[in-house]
Design a protein around this ligand. Structure first.
Ligand code: ZN
Length: 134
């Protein structure tokens, strides 16, 4: 059994952005079989697995906007004007743990892995990839 760690760096271009990182992760996988932890080191972002269909991704953005009201006086905005970004991140997840088979992510036919930017644009967003297997 071996443990390998890689870092995936991203620059984002918009305040809210969903970036499909499936192929970037597959390029960095260097074990044949095991599991991979995909972890975003930022509290205003998320890692999610879902279908890469443009209408659905827009629906995801609209749903988050509906859940986290715009016209509310959030406490965190007193020190750092991005409470909404943190709150959306709280509702999602900072990591996913997924299976690897034949040197690639073993996803369902309609599944992709996404990095969700919730407070962009940002430079050097860092995603830690930790693989365990052989
Ligand atoms: Zn903040």
């Amino acid at each position: 059994m071996t443990v390998k760690t890689h870092f995936l760096k991203l620059n984002t271009n918009k305040n809210f952005e969903i970036i499909d990182i499936t192929s970037s992760i597959n390029e960095l996988i260097d074990i044949e079989e095991g599991i991979i932890s995909i972890f975003s080191r930022h509290s205003t972002s998320a890692i999610v697995v879902n279908e890469n269909e443009s209408g659905l991704l827009k629906d995801f953005e609209l749903t988050l906007d509906n859940l986290i009201a715009d016209d509310f006086s959030y406490n965190h905005d007193r020190i750092d004007n991005n409470a909404k970004s943190h709150l959306k991140s709280f509702l999602l997840s900072s990591s996913e743990c997924l299976p690897i088979k034949n040197g690639n992510l073993e996803l369902g036919t309609w599944q992709s892995v996404f990095f969700v930017e919730l407070d962009g644009p940002r430079r050097n967003r860092t995603i830690t990839l930790t693989m365990v297997g052989e």
